[in-house]
Ligand binder design. Sequence first.
Ligand SMILES: Nc1ncnc2c1ncn2[C@@H]1O[C@H](COP(=O)(O)OP(=O)(O)OP(=O)(O)O)[C@@H](O)[C@H]1O
Ligand SMILES: [Mg+2]
Length: 239
Amino acid sequence: MIEFRHVTFAYDSAHPVLEDISFQIEEGESVGLIGANGAGKSTVMKLILGLLFPQSGEVLVNGIPVSKDTLADVRRTCGFVLQNSDNQMFMPTVKEDLLFGPVNYGLSREEAEAKADAVLEQLQIEDLKERYNHRLSGGEKRMAAIAAVLAMEPKAVLMDEPTSALDPYNRRQIIGVIKEMPVTRVITSHDLDMILDTCSRVLLIGNGKIQADGSADDILRNKELLESSRLELPLCLQR
Ligand SMILES: Nc1ncnc2c1ncn2[C@@H]1O[C@H](COP(=O)(O)OP(=O)(O)OP(=O)(O)O)[C@@H](O)[C@H]1O
Ligand SMILES: [Mg+2]
């Protein structure tokens, strides 16, 4: 579903962020992308979405190389919640944002409304429906952005720090939703308890490379490995 082939990327050519990275994510997998601040996690997300392009190597989504010509396909395949979801909503209200994608992809307004209501109920944020996006709190915006992604029913979902602005109740809500999603998931977070709970596989990035790629259970219990990348065991494993 998502493949990196020898990808090298630098914002500034003297300091590559990613050096010759290769991995493959199969359909239906849930993969946690972890690493210290500045390791390159958000950069990987942006390369998948074609918000950035590699200096060398290739990124493929659903077998299609990500390029300017294939962006529409890629964005239809991958729903995403960026780390800074503040700027992600572009309609005035939550409801209009939820309807925009599905209507654009061919649902009738009635069908789209039913879909939007179902998603709001699933996330238990019905009270946000008529609210203005620019007046939402940080966590409310995050919940609304996640709702908009779910309403699109994409084949893959990329979430960059989905729980970072959320209170414990909404965090638990999102964890439940992520676990139930039958689609390919790539999730970055410093909330390693959430990664342990939602992901079966983990990619650990550091120093421009994949430092580890394996089962979430193995990697998230490996104290030495985590500490060598400036991370720590999930809280639930620290006692
Ligand atoms: N637009 C940019 N221009 C120049 N450098 C950038 C830009 N965006 C990110 N970087 C640098 O690239 C590196 C990787 O950044 P990235 O945002 O991918 O890290 P991250 O793993 O997502 O970190 P965090 O955990 O803090 O979200 C960092 O050193 C960062 O300073
Ligand atoms: Mg980031």
